[in-house]
Ligand binder design. Structure first.
Ligand code: FAD
Ligand code: ZN
Length: 229
């Protein structure tokens, strides 16, 4: 109770497995007395492109556009576009951030990548030399909850897919640990499209059951050996 969670959700269809996983967590966390905020990226028509439009008013250098430099300046001046500012507030207020998505090409869907590119700007999400364990969000937890088409058996080191952890390195370590987040082990719902109804229901209930005690979980040790050894 009293904790705050923020779910960033990327699926087009509310009746999808991703929609059900998201709904189950909203229900569970709300019943614990947590405050839950959801950004439903497709429903919001969230802008994924990192462009000049993200800076309100004059640029620092209008001769040659540099997105990273301009958004860093805009962040400090309070001149980022309002949709980015809204998302930054939701991150700032959260103790736990959950990304719920279907795996697209070994990564997050483009709309979610765009959220990452635009919301986690310098000044807000990192400020060298404050990154990784010294990062801005060191008091926050993040968890990836995602679905796949490939089965669990495919995602082993010596199988066709390779170890699923290889995929997690750029996102968990390269994005979230970089910004200081503590990383909880991912929740992976493998191949719902190929699973029978009872298995699919179990994927949803086991995720809700895990969330019931999620505040007691210890983060993973997020260094390269967790991923590659
Ligand atoms: P859905 O099709 O919505 O769910 C499956 C079934 O579950 C549906 O029949 C739905 O009705 C049912 N369901 C929903 N809620 C419940 C419930 N509460 N109880 C019981 N049943 C329920 N996969 C990979 O493995 N690797 C990749 O690199 C990859 N790249 C992709 C790239 C693209 C561009 C695309 C489009 C797909 C890719 N995929 C990949 C596949 C993708 O990850 C899967 O299609 C997706 O994860 C399935 O999740 P879903 O929520 O869309 O499933
Ligand atoms: Zn790491």
């Amino acid at each position: 109770a009293g904790k705050r969670a923020f779910i960033i959700y990327a699926h087009q269809e509310p009746k999808s497995m991703n929609g059900s996983l998201k709904d189950a967590v909203v229900t569970e966390l709300s019943s614990q007395g947590c405050q839950v905020t959801v950004s439903d990226l497709y429903a919001m028509n969230f802008e994924p492109r990192a462009t000049r439009k993200d800076i309100v008013g004059a640029l620092s250098n209008s001769k040659s556009f540099n997105y990273a430099a301009e958004t860093y300046e805009a962040y400090k001046k309070g001149a980022l576009s309002s949709d980015v500012v809204e998302e930054q507030k939701k991150v700032q207020e959260a103790d736990l951030v959950i990304f719920q998505f279907p795996l697209y090409w070994y990564s997050v869907p483009a709309i979610m990548k765009g959220w990452i590119d635009r919301v986690l700007c310098q000044g807000f999400a990192f400020e060298p030399p404050k990154y990784f364990d010294k990062g801005s969000f060191k008091n926050k937890l993040v968890i990836l909850s995602f679905t796949t088409a490939g089965t669990a058996e495919m995602y082993f080191k010596n199988e066709l897919g390779g170890d699923i952890r290889y995929i997690l390195w750029p996102i968990q370590h390269g994005v979230f640990h970089f910004c200081g987040f503590k990383i909880l082990a991912p929740q992976i719902s493998f191949a719902p499209e190929h699973a029978p109804e009872d298995k699919r229901k179990e994927m949803v209930t086991s995720w809700a059951r895990r969330v019931a005690t999620i505040w007691d979980e210890k983060p993973i040790h997020c260094i390269s050996s967790w991923y590659f050894e």
